[in-house]
Design a protein around this ligand. Structure first.
Ligand SMILES: Cc1ncc(COP(=O)(O)O)c(C=O)c1O
Length: 365
C-alpha cells in the first residue's frame, strides 16, 4: 500500500461520494441547461451545490461562478486587471497567478516573503498607491501553509479603489472563510483539494468582471461551457466532511513533528508553525537533497513533493522557499501534506524511512 502525503497537490477522492453518484446515476446524466426533465433534475443538483458552496464562504449564490478550477479563476482576475494599472502581488503566489501576470501584465509589483512565510507588510504598504488597481494574495500558501494576515492587508489598502483578490485554495475547508469578514472582492477555490473531483472550482465575485471564456450562456452569461455537475456536487458535499476532519488532520501534522524529534531527525521547519494551515508542513533536511529524498521515498511507496505539482514534474526547487530563504535551502526541502485518510501508522513509517536515509548519509560521509 502506498502512503499518500501529498494532499496539497490533490486530495484523495471520497469514494463514498462517487458511490452516491453511481447509486443515483440518472440524476447526474442531463445537461443542467436543457429544459427537459433530465436537464431540470441536473439543474436542481447544480444549484443546490452552488447554494452550499456560497454558504460555506458567507457569500450569496449569485456571487459564485463555476469554473474549471482555481487556475481558471485566477487567470480570469489577472486577465481583467492586466492593463488597468499597477498590480501588487507576492513572489510566493501559485503559478496560476504568476504565469498569467508574466504573459499579460506590464505593471506588476512583487512583494517578498520573510523567513516566517508571511509577506513583508512594510514593503507591501510602500508598494500600494493610487495607481494600484489590483492586490492579489495567496491566503494560505500551497508550499509552506503560511496564512497571510489578510485583515492587516485590508487595513493597509484602506478605502482606496483597489480590487482585493484572494487565492484561498489551500485554506478552504481547513479554516473558516467569510468573504465579508475578509473584505475581498473575489476569491478562487478548487474542488479537488478537499476531496471533490479534479477540474472544478469556483470564482467568487462581488461584482461582475469581463469573461475569460465565451461561447454559451451558462453561469448567467459569465462563463461559457457545459456545467461539470459531478464536480460541483462533490466539491459542495466535501466541504462539511472537511470541517469535521480538521482536528484529525492538524493532529497528524503535530504527531509528525513529534516523531521527527523523537527519532532525532535533523530538520528545520520552513516558515513558522504558529501561522500555518493545518495540513501543510514544509521541511528542510540539511543532510540531503530533495531530489534524492523524493526518489528514495517514492521507491518505498511514499508520495510527497517538493514545490507545487505544476513544477514537480521537473523537480525544480520551490520558488517559495527560495524567496523566503535561498536556493540551497530550497534544494533540500520537502512538502508533506496530510489528509482525511492518513493514519499515525503511516506517519511512523515515513519517519522511519527518513531516519534510514539520515543514517545512510552519515555512513556515506
Ligand atoms: C494555492 C493554489 N492556487 C491555485 C491552484 C490551482 O488550482 P486548480 O488545480 O483547481 O486549477 C492550486 C493548486 O495547485 C493551489 O494550490
Amino acid at each position: 500500500m502506498m502512503i499518500y502525503l501529498d494532499y496539497a497537490a490533490t486530495s484523495k477522492k471520497r469514494e463514498y461520494l462517487i458511490r452516491e453518484i453511481i447509486e443515483n446515476f440518472d440524476r447526474f446524466n442531463g445537461n443542467p441547461d436543457s429544459i427537459h426533465g433530465y436537464g431540470r433534475e441536473a439543474k436542481k443538483i447544480l444549484e443546490e451545490s452552488r447554494d452550499l458552496i456560497a454558504k460555506s464562504i458567507g457569500a450569496s449564490s449569485k456571487e459564485i461562478i463555476f469554473t474549471s478550477g482555481a487556475s481558471e479563476s485566477n487567470n480570469t482576475i489577472i486577465h481583467n486587471f492586466a492593463n488597468k494599472g499597477f498590480i501588487v502581488t507576492t513572489k510566493i503566489e501559485h503559478p496560476s497567478i504568476l504565469e498569467p501576470l508574466r504573459e499579460w501584465a506590464k505593471q506588476v509589483v512583487l512583494i517578498d516573503a520573510d523567513e516566517d512565510g508571511l509577506i513583508n507588510l512594510e514593503k507591501f504598504s510602500n508598494a500600494i498607491n493610487d495607481d494600484t488597481k489590483l492586490v492579489s494574495i495567496i491566503l494560505a500558501n500551497n508550499e509552506t501553509g503560511a496564512i497571510q494576515p489578510i485583515s492587516q492587508i485590508r487595513k493597509i489598502i484602506g478605502d482606496r479603489k483597489i480590487w482585493l483578490h484572494l487565492d484561498a485554495v489551500q485554506a478552504y475547508g481547513h479554516i473558516d472563510l467569510d468573504v465579508e469578514a475578509l473584505g475581498c472582492d473575489s476569491m478562487s477555490l478548487s474542488g479537488h483539494k478537499i476531496g471533490g473531483l479534479n477540474g472544478f472550482g469556483i470564482l467568487y465575485l462581488r461584482k461582475r468582471v469581463d469573461n475569460l471564456i465565451f461561447g454559451g450562456n451558462q453561469e448567467k452569461t459569465r462563463r461559457a461551457g457545459t456545467s461539470f455537475l459531478m464536480g460541483a456536487y462533490t466539491m459542495a458535499k466535501s466541504y462539511n466532511y472537511m470541517v469535521d476532519e480538521r482536528e484529525k488532520i492538524e493532529g497528524l501534522k503535530a504527531y509528525f513533528i513529534e516523531q521527527l524529534n523523537e527519532n532525532r531527525i535533523n530538520y528545520e521547519i520552513n516558515g513558522n508553525l504558529g501561522n500555518q494551515i493545518g495540513h501543510i508542513l514544509n521541511i528542510y533536511f540539511p543532510f540531503t537533497k530533495s531530489k534524492f529524498l523524493l526518489t528514495y521515498l517514492d521507491m518505498n511507496g511514499i508520495c510527497v513533493s517538493a514545490g507545487s505539482a505544476c513544477t514537480a514534474g521537473s523537480l525544480e526547487p520551490s520558488h517559495v522557499i527560495e524567496n523566503m530563504y535561498d536556493s540551497q535551502r530550497a534544494e533540500s526541502s520537502i512538502r508533506f501534506s496530510f489528509g482525511f485518510e492518513n493514519t499515525k501508522d503511516e506517519i511512523d513509517k515515513v519517519v522511519y524511512n527518513l531516519y534510514q536515509i539520515q543514517e545512510r548519509m552519515k555512513n556515506e560521509r
